[in-house]
Design a protein around this ligand. Structure first.
Ligand code: SME
Length: 160
């Protein structure tokens, strides 16, 4: 198992994802603890892309509960249908928010966060968690992020 992530210098965003995701397939394993896997996943995404905040909210007792993350402290619990994360859970689909100030009900954990992407992790047709990534830049996320993070979330669902 490799415990170091290697990304070629001057890689584009697509190339970074193309290099990172196969390494996560090796680094993360269903035989390891879920929290340990999600912690390494959030650390790897933060290291490679230097996102402002990257982490997981896990569905527990009809709420989203803060899981492993990298970045500033964040809210610990989000209700179904609330904020970007709770809406992602409700719709069971990715949400890209180019400007968080324009998303009704956005939950501001950090005033530095300007844009956001939230991707559901779906197991047996149920959302079991969401992957939430925040940027301090407006319109930071696009379909390249969505396609690659969705691919990653399909793999992550096997860890639950
Ligand atoms: N902004 C999110 C809350 C989580 S933090 O960004 C880490 C939301 O509206 O759901």
């Amino acid at each position: 198992m490799s415990e170091t992530i290697f990304i070629s210098e001057n890689s584009s965003k697509t190339e970074k994802y193309e290099q990172l995701i196969p390494q996560l397939y090796y680094l993360l394993s269903p035989s390891d603890d879920l929290i340990a896997n999600l912690a390494n996943c959030s650390a790897a995404l933060k290291e490679v892309f230097n996102f402002w905040w990257v982490g997981f909210y896990l569905v527990k007792n009809q709420k989203l509960i803060l899981g492993p993350f990298q970045g500033p402290v964040a809210c610990t619990s989000i209700d179904y249908g609330k904020g970007v994360c709770g809406t992602c859970w409700q719709k069971a689909e990715s949400i890209i928010v180019p400007n968080v100030d324009e998303f009704p009900g956005h939950i501001a954990c950090s005033s530095a966060s300007k844009s956001e992407i939230v991707v559901p992790i779906i197991k047996n047709n149920k959302v079991v968690a969401v992957l939430d990534i925040d940027s301090e830049h407006l319109t930071h996320f696009d379909n390249i992020d969505n396609v690659n993070l969705t691919k990653l979330s399909l793999f992550l669902s096997d860890l639950f």
